[in-house]
Design a binder for this molecule. Structure first.
Ligand code: PGA
Length: 245
């Protein structure tokens, strides 16, 4: 399975800064590299080095119509997107997105021909209460309910413990191994063709921890926030995903 390393720029950038960042990227053989940019910069990011694919950070669950402020999956496709992140914890926590809405967004993406990167993960309180798999079961279950098991094999999943995002404190190798293995088993147990689903890890992936994180079983790539804003760091992480070459 080809690893995917996706940069999530979040609400960062400017025309000038994006140009420098994009110009600093070079595709790494054996790894699929994506940049998920803010909507207004999709047009700019169509001019990018060969081999870098384009994504967005959110999508509407609706196809078209009177939904002020929303952006449809078909629009993203028209601007060259292949991927769209759905259910990022920032959207869940700050913008009130629930599990079912996340499932509907994933469905809208698939319908239009995009690949949704569906984010799941627990808060620190939930981990402290030993509820990690209960939370992930609920989040994945809602997506399966909306998509159905067959279509769910067409998504990319990202395990992003909320407490590891932007905190400088990534999950440990043991924690990641446990949850990624459990997600793979969950897919198998719920009729989803698990071998086809890439499971990314996200949360404080940096050049200095990337090699050991990508070495964990069932880690099929990464979703990179802060470190995707510096071309050298993002490139180092992508090289680590290729096996450190
Ligand atoms: P981070 O963000 O790499 O800055 O922790 C990851 C994410 O939010 O996808």
């Amino acid at each position: 399975m080809t690893r995917l390393v996706a940069g999530n720029w979040k609400m960062n950038g400017s025309l000038a800064a994006n140009r420098d960042l994009l110009d600093g990227l070079v595709s790494v053989p054996g790894v699929e590299m994506a940049v998920c940019v803010p909507y207004p910069y999709l047009a700019q990011a169509r001019q990018r080095p060969d081999g870098i694919v384009l994504g967005a950070q959110d999508v509407s669950e609706y196809a078209a119509g009177a939904y002020t402020g929303e952006v449809s999956a078909a629009m993203l496709l028209e601007f060259g997107c292949r991927y769209v992140i759905v259910g990022h914890s920032e959207r869940r926590a700050l913008f009130g997105e629930g599990d079912v809405m996340v499932g509907r967004k994933a469905l809208a993406a698939l319908h239009a021909g995009l690949v949704p990167i569906v984010c799941v993960g627990e808060t620190l309180a939930e981990r402290d209460e030993a509820r990690v798999m209960e939370v992930i079961d609920r989040q994945l279950g809602a997506v399966r309910e909306v998509l159905g098991a067959a279509a769910m094999s067409g998504v990319v999943l990202a395990y992003e413990p909320v407490w590891a995002i932007g905190s400088g404190r990534s999950a440990s190798v043991a924690q990641i191994a446990e949850v990624h293995g459990a997600i793979r088993a969950w897919l198998d147990g719920h009729g989803v063709s698990a071998g086809a689903v890439r499971i990314l890890y996200g949360g404080s992936v940096k050049p200095d921890n990337a090699l050991e994180l990508f070495d964990v079983p069932h880690v099929d790539g990464g979703l990179i926030g802060g470190a995707s804003l510096a071309a050298a760091d993002f490139m180092a992480i992508c090289r680590a995903a290729a096996g450190g070459v």
